[in-house]
Design a protein around this ligand. Structure first.
Ligand SMILES: [Zn+2]
Length: 382
């Protein structure tokens, strides 16, 4: 047996060459709680005026959380001293609620759905004031040159340009998602969790690669925590220490069902289709709502229970008349036009919203420091 053959045999014993480029790369892959979906082809940004469509009505939706969920309501500071006599101001945060319900704010739902719609329709990118955004994707500032998302949700005009007065109301309104306190399955005691890292200016570096913005931010689902019992889950996020830098939170257990409505006014068939797709997504995909997403909280699925369209003769009667309508026609036209295999950003969106992935979040993953900023792989590299 010559040297080459001996080497080959050794490799076979180790199930292939352990030090191949591929394996080495996999072992070193940087894991981060979130990643970025590419902005897409600038040629696909279709800016224009709002077109008045024929569809007004409401979507009656349910939202089921697959992992525990936490939205921040009242909080209080508990002051005490540690064993060395040093003062501790520990933050306790309660689930957002009113007298009768636990609540996920409509603004929070709207923000997440808009983010999906921006990817699907290659819309402008909002809330980014730093340099790095390609000119084609800069926030819409003229009423007759609005991207798809701004036509649907409205635009506050160009935040960078204070002389801009363009502000347009949206045509889509989200109610809060609520669950009756009596029906809700909430953890009895507040759970002290590891510190939630607020994005430092240094972390912003992660948003850019060679001065170009990486894309639109989405959080990965912690696939290994979906469908697990609460104790398994608590073990991964609980902090035994009671300090000033961590907090205790009250969260809802998995598999609670919230109710909410989305009202819409004069949408085109295409706009309604995109709205329906972005709410309901596809089998195996889910949204993320609430806080502590980096710990895997807030994975949620939305189901459209009913689509009610206002009937044409509504002005003849004093009360609005609605017609129960199947969503399929609207949904299929959206999928046909937008959810195509040739769009990298759609593949990335489906990958990061997938409730199954092979990323191991049990390893120390956050925050990324030092020169690792440039080494964050793209979504499809995982
Ligand atoms: Zn826009």
């Amino acid at each position: 047996m010559n040297n080459k053959e001996i080497q080959k045999q050794k490799n076979n014993q180790f199930n292939g060459n352990r030090y191949s480029k591929q394996n080495n790369y996999n072992n070193c892959k940087v894991v981060n709680a979130y990643n970025f979906v590419s902005l897409g082809d600038p040629k696909n940004i279709k800016r224009g005026k709002v077109t008045t469509g024929e569809f007004s009505g409401k979507l009656i939706c349910t939202l089921k959380n697959l992992t525990p969920i936490f939205t921040s309501g009242d909080s209080k500071i508990i002051s005490s001293k540690d064993k060395n006599g040093k003062s501790i101001n520990h933050n306790c945060e309660y689930f957002l609620c009113d007298n009768n319900n636990y609540i996920i704010a409509g603004s929070s739902l709207k923000g997440a759905i808009r983010n999906v719609i921006e990817v699907v329709t290659t819309s402008c990118i909002k809330n980014v004031v730093e340099k790095g955004v390609p000119l084609e994707f800069s926030p819409c500032s003229k009423e007759d040159e609005l991207c798809f998302a701004c036509r649907l949700f409205g635009s506050t005009g160009d935040t960078k340009n204070t002389s801009s007065t363009t502000a347009l109301r949206g045509r889509v309104y989200f109610s809060d998602a609520t669950i009756d306190k009596k029906k809700a399955d909430i953890v009895a005691n507040l759970v002290t969790i590891k510190p939630l890292y607020t994005p430092s200016p240094k972390c912003k570096k992660l948003y850019y690669l060679k001065n170009n913005i990486r894309g639109r931010k989405f959080y990965w689902h912690h696939a290994n925590k979906i469908g697990k019992d609460l104790t398994t889950y608590e073990n991964t996020i609980e902090d035994k220490n009671f300090t000033s830098s961590n907090s205790s939170i009250q969260f809802l257990k998995p598999l609670n069902t919230f109710n909410f409505e989305v009202h819409f006014d004069k949408l085109t068939e295409e706009e309604l289709g995109v709205l329906i797709y972005s709410l309901q997504l596809e089998d195996g995909l889910a949204h993320k709502f609430g806080k502590a997403k980096s710990f895997g909280l807030g994975s949620c699925q939305i189901k459209i229970e009913k689509l009610y369209l206002e009937t044409k003769d509504k002005y003849k009667s004093f009360t609005k008349c609605y017609e129960d309508t199947p969503v399929d026609k609207f949904l299929n036209s959206c999928i046909e036009k937008y959810i195509t295999d040739d769009r990298k950003e759609i593949k990335e969106l489906k990958a990061i919203l997938n409730t199954k992935n092979s990323i191991d979040f049990s390893k120390k993953f956050f925050p990324i420091i030092g020169d690792k900023f440039n080494s964050l792989p793209q979504i499809l590299d995982y």
